[in-house]
Design a protein around this ligand. Structure first.
Ligand SMILES: Cc1ncc(COP(=O)(O)O)c(C=O)c1O
Length: 254
């Protein structure tokens, strides 16, 4: 669309682009709300997808990539994805990494809706045992040959249970399982779960990480190969984070 002033000359926009002669390097990251980006033809579209460029917002968005890079830096991980809520970070991760017949060991004082989601996994043939995660003997007792994931919060909501991440990570790895940690209450400012041996760290950015009470957003940080697996399902589930929320959350770094 071209906007004209009273003299019928173009103002500000040419087509749908800002006049390049009037743009300099913005100090704060611009907000990219456009659902789709123009491509020349089908080859151009394929190339855009291949280089993880911006063609369609559910797949890639510059603001979402910005906050993902920030979370990767803060969590000292290889890569991250941003989800539309903390709960979708949890559900997307578990659905991507588990398969029917698998077993999960989770702390019994987790955030209530995390417990409720874990319970729904029985519909897909995934069984979950809830334990006192601070009691390593109890954790070890329920681990079996099908255990794939140990799941805890660093400091649980609302009981404030403090998990020994290093010890639980050792236990998980000695049984060929992943340790997934929800770091929402600590944030990467206070605790680095990956450095202590966790395989995946999840944050509800809705809470302290965003800090100004105006977004729902989640993050998942891990090694690149784990994030690729999660991203591939995330795009199908449609749990990618909203550009405006991503932009608002970026304000913590700008
Ligand atoms: C520890 C923890 N994890 C996950 C969530 C879910 O986050 P969201 O509300 O962004 O879906 C919450 C919400 O309170 C939480 O406290």
């Amino acid at each position: 669309m071209t906007y004209k002033n009273e003299q019928n000359t173009n103002i500000l926009y040419k087509g749908n682009k800002i006049d390049p002669n009037r743009v300099s390097d913005p100090e704060v990251m611009p907000l990219y709300l456009s659902t789709a980006h123009n491509v020349a033809d089908l080859d151009d579209l394929q190339n855009t997808y291949d280089r993880k460029g911006y063609a369609y917002t559910r797949s890639h968005n510059a603001n979402r990539d910005g906050i993902a890079e920030l979370m990767t830096y803060l969590e000292q991980s290889e890569n991250s994805v941003i989800t539309n809520t903390g709960m979708s970070a949890i559900s997307t991760t578990l659905l991507a990494l588990l398969t029917s017949g698998d077993h999960v060991v989770a702390d019994k004082t987790l955030y209530g809706e995390s417990i409720d989601f874990l319970k729904t996994l029985s519909k897909y043939g995934i069984l979950v045992d809830f334990v006192d995660i601070t009691n390593l003997d109890e954790v070890a007792l329920v681990i079996n040959a099908n255990t794939r994931i140990l799941y805890t919060e660093t400091v649980s909501n609302p009981m404030m249970t403090v998990a020994n991440i290093k010890a639980i990570a050792d236990l998980a790895h000695s049984h060929q399982s992943y340790l997934i940690v929800d770091n929402t209450f600590m944030t990467p400012v206070l605790f680095h779960a990956l450095t202590d041996g966790a395989d995946v760290v999840i944050n509800s950015l809705t809470k302290f990480a965003n800090g100004h009470g105006d977004v729902t957003l989640g993050s998942i940080s891990a090694k690149a190969e784990i994030i690729e697996k999660i991203y591939n399902l995330q795009v199908l589930l449609g749990t990618t984070g909203d550009p405006f929320d991503s932009w608002l959350a970026m304000l913590i770094s700008q």
